[in-house]
Design a protein around this ligand. Sequence first.
Ligand code: NAD
Ligand SMILES: CC(C)[C@@H](O)CC[C@@H](C)[C@H]1CC[C@H]2[C@@H]3[C@H](O)C=C4C[C@@H](O)CC[C@]4(C)[C@H]3CC[C@]12C
Length: 342
Amino acid sequence: MLLQREPRLRELRVFDLHLGPWLEELQTGPVQVTAIQGDVTQAHEVTAAVAGAHVVIHTAGLVDVFGRASSETIHEVNVQGTQNVIEACVQTGTQFLVYTSSMEVVGPNIKGHPFYRGNEDTPYEAAHRHPYPRSKALAEQLVLEANGRKVHGGLPLVTCALRPTGIYGEGHQIMRDIYYQGQRLGGRLFRAIPASVEHGRVYVGNVAWMHVLVARELQQQAALLGGQVYFCYDSSPYKSYEDFNMEILGPCGLRLVGARPLLPYWLLMFLALLNALLQWLLRPLLLYAPLLNPYTLAMANTTFTVSTNKAQRHFGYEPLFSWEDSRNRTIRWVRAMDGSAP
Ligand SMILES: NC(=O)c1ccc[n+]([C@@H]2O[C@H](COP(=O)([O-])OP(=O)(O)OC[C@H]3O[C@@H](n4cnc5c(N)ncnc54)[C@H](O)[C@@H]3O)[C@@H](O)[C@H]2O)c1
Ligand SMILES: CC(C)[C@@H](O)CC[C@@H](C)[C@H]1CC[C@H]2[C@@H]3[C@H](O)C=C4C[C@@H](O)CC[C@]4(C)[C@H]3CC[C@]12C
């Protein structure tokens, strides 16, 4: 999207642990695209990649709520990695840093308090025990606290953080996994979450667009945007996690069975705890990481939606993709996956 929507772009550097063939497709236009294979936990690699950059958009992260990675690894990538990016900006004189944070910095909290169509100023007791949200909250704090630090050359570092809710769209692996789960179950998914529990979702293209816009406006309005957080939002409907997924998986041939959860919450939590126990027991032999665990069940069962226009007020953000367009693009992606089932 930077290549399509940022006319002043002269070079785009993509720094990632895993580079993919998709990068070759980007290298066809007038803008130089530099792919750098590297690890954010390695400060020297980050510094070398950042040197000479005008703006850094730091979106790398270990997104794991399924117990695949250790809490130490999650912390090392998400927190230490972010610290390395900040220090690289300071040492090399890069003045603008945008961080991809997350709704989970706020909640849902460990007490299951709902956050119903809240905004960046809504009071809410952010309290986390899980390694992933803890790491995102610590990383966001580092980024915001770094705002105003002097970078090499004496100018101030200008930072901000974007907080997407549940991102969906092309490439969404969880949506893909749920789709194949439904196919294995004869085209059916079984409701586990009450339809009344709203869960915020945002289309990946609009998240990307918000990043492009704020990276541009951070340079023009440093005093207003520096040190700020912005929820990522668009016109995706407020629905339960499962009902929202069915907006996309329904047209792909799946059916959600049950107008209400087929199992009581206590039984679902028992099964989630059983999954967690099995994961622990099997770990020496294999990685067992199902979708259902105590954390994912609690998350899906706690209302968390945002209603805000702070990004619009501060830097003129308007979603680039309508709900219909976002939905149709995602449906097309799911349908194109057929035949590539794992
Ligand atoms: N998926 C969501 O619903 C969601 C919601 C809110 C925020 N976010 C945030 O968005 C960002 C992107 O997440 P995503 O959902 O696209 O997941 P993703 O796994 O698709 O993207 C993460 C990227 O980071 C890279 N990465 C991981 N460890 C790295 C390391 N040590 N060094 C360098 N690169 C590394 C991965 O290779 C991958 O390309 C993350 O910071 C995540 O916390 C995601
Ligand atoms: C097995 C059922 C209970 C099923 O409904 C579980 C769904 C569960 C896998 C997802 C429910 C909420 C999701 C999370 C939420 O959308 C926000 C997130 C923040 C982001 O930074 C990373 C992804 C995630 C943690 C996302 C992950 C999947 C869910 C837990």
